[in-house]
Design a protein around this ligand. Structure first.
Ligand SMILES: [Ca+2]
Length: 207
């Protein structure tokens, strides 16, 4: 009988986990590959492709699936024959779910060249309608290589239920920059009022 009870509990826990799972974000794992199949509109100031399988270059696989988005970094310039720093971004229009407005994602950061002294603004970011809601300076102190980190969560409740343009990107300034890859974006449930309630408020609810 005990084992049966444990199974029932496990099933209940499983059901709870499913009900709390995030809302998929269109092509949030970049598995549709580069444009034109991608769910994202890609922009770069050089011609290299930034959505794809980067495991061969990084010796680190995507966090989820096989493909991800590589922000900033260097691109081999055909004219000069030199690697040049790039600024890259991907964006898409979507509606932030009103009840799952917490954006969740994973990243891996790696700066192989020395830091700029003083820092000149190399960074990765997440933006909503052009306003940056998360940013990370691309400095060696912020390296996570060879590990993906996350989930990073950013509550977009201010845009809950609204159509927005969501962008991820990397900005390179000057002659040197860093690298950051994004993967597995989802929308997660927003905090419920009960979680934010005081004990007194909870007592008032249930007495
Ligand atoms: Ca992926």
């Amino acid at each position: 009988m005990k084992s049966t009870s444990l199974i029932v509990i496990a099933l209940l826990c499983g059901a709870a986990a499913v009900s709390l799972a995030g809302t998929p974000l269109p092509d949030g794992s970049f598995e549709q590959g580069p444009p034109p199949a991608s769910g994202w509109t890609e922009a770069s100031d050089h011609s290299c492709e930034w959505i794809g399988d980067h495991s061969g270059t990084w010796y680190v696989s995507a966090y989820d699936g096989t493909q991800d988005f590589w922000a900033a970094g260097y691109c081999l310039d055909d004219v000069s024959g030199e690697n040049v720093p790039v600024s890259t971004s991907v964006s898409q229009s979507l509606t932030v779910p009103a009840d799952s407005s917490v954006l969740s994602f994973y990243y891996i950061a790696f700066r192989t060249t020395g830091d700029d002294v003083p820092a000149d603004g190399d960074r990765a970011y997440v933006a909503v309608d052009g306003a940056e809601v998360w940013t990370l300076p691309l400095t060696s102190d912020n390296n996570t290589y060879p590990s993906w980190v996350g989930p990073v969560t950013v509550d977009l409740a201010a845009w809950g239920g609204q159509a927005v343009t969501l962008s991820l990107g990397g900005v390179s300034v000057g002659a040197d920059t860093g690298n950051l890859r994004f993967d597995l974006l989802t929308f997660e449930p927003s905090s419920t009022p009960v979680e934010g309630a005081s004990w007194g408020a909870l007592k008032a609810l249930y007495r």
